[in-house]
Design a binder for this molecule. Structure first.
Ligand code: HEC
Ligand code: HEC
Ligand code: HEC
Ligand code: HEC
Length: 154
């Protein structure tokens, strides 16, 4: 019986340590931690408040570029966002005011990124073998000679 007291003391130390750990953790771990995953969920909303969004979506271009917006909405690029081919809105417009020129890529490589024939693409996706499709050298802005990027069906 005498030796059991040692065990009891060790157990007591353990229980006290565990209680301190559980209480301490409750105080130190932020409330929203673990709500969706191993991170503080409130941080998402906090970051969204302090950082201005970079992209505006196609609707953000339409008030100033009605012609391109109308063409795109009616053609087969209606699912391709303006900012995919150009650049994020924030590069060009800040608080509704034009701050810098929007980059413009006229190279065939822009189109080839999505339309070059590759075995891995879904078969139904429109794709071309570049040097068989184009009757001249595949270089520069050759694709734009026959296709309007905002309404590409010739
Ligand atoms: C507040 C009005 C406004 C908004 C919003 C706006 N633009 Fe523009 N954009 C302009 C003006 C003005 C010019 C002409 C500037 C120039 O030629 O220097 C221009 C020029 C351009 C050009 C031509 C650049 C060149 O080198 O000729 C492109 C491409 C363009 N914008 C794309 C976009 C896209 C894509 C969006 C949406 C993400 C957008 N713009 C949103 C006003 C706007
Ligand atoms: C598939 C890629 C692509 C998409 C999507 C796209 N553009 Fe363009 N855009 C281009 C290219 C390439 C040019 C250069 C055309 C030329 O020089 O003939 C251009 C030119 C422009 C210009 C300069 C004037 C002109 O028409 O040549 C403006 C403004 C513009 N785009 C705005 C937009 C807006 C707004 C959207 C969305 C509604 C959009 N673009 C979607 C590729 C694209
Ligand atoms: C970000 C990817 C992307 C880029 C870049 C892109 N396209 Fe497209 N393109 C698409 C999608 C998506 C479609 C619609 C496909 C569908 O309807 O299944 C499409 C449709 C087309 C079609 C119509 C095919 C048809 O039968 O209706 C042509 C032509 C075309 N694109 C040419 C071009 C040209 C030229 C360029 C360069 C100026 C270009 N595309 C840049 C994604 C892209
Ligand atoms: C000499 C004119 C011409 C040039 C240059 C040209 N195209 Fe085309 N393209 C056409 C015509 C016409 C069609 C529609 C008939 C067809 O399907 O062959 C077409 C169709 C397409 C299609 C749809 C194919 C499908 O299966 O529905 C894509 C994608 C395309 N072109 C991409 C491009 C790209 C990318 C470039 C630049 C490398 C380019 N084109 C250059 C004339 C041209």
């Amino acid at each position: 019986m005498e030796h059991a007291r040692h065990v009891f003391r060790a157990l007591l130390v353990l229980v006290v340590a565990l209680t301190v750990f559980i209480l301490g953790r409750g105080f130190l771990v932020p409330k929203s931690y673990g709500l969706y995953g191993p991170y503080r969920a409130d941080n998402v909303a906090e970051q969204a408040r302090i950082r201005a969004p970079r992209h505006g979506g196609p609707e953000s271009c339409a008030p100033c570029h009605a012609k391109q917006a109308t063409e795109r909405a009616a053609g087969s690029h209606k699912t391709v966002s303006c900012e995919v081919c150009h650049a994020p809105l924030s590069v060009h417009v800040v608080d509704g005011v034009v701050k810098a020129k929007m980059p413009l890529d006229r190279s065939y490589t822009l189109c080839a990124r999505c339309h070059r024939k590759i075995a891995g693409r879904p078969e139904k996706f429109p794709q071309v073998v570049l040097d068989q499709h184009v009757p001249v050298a595949v270089e520069g802005d050759v694709c734009l000679q026959c296709h309007n990027p905002h309404s590409p069906k010739p």
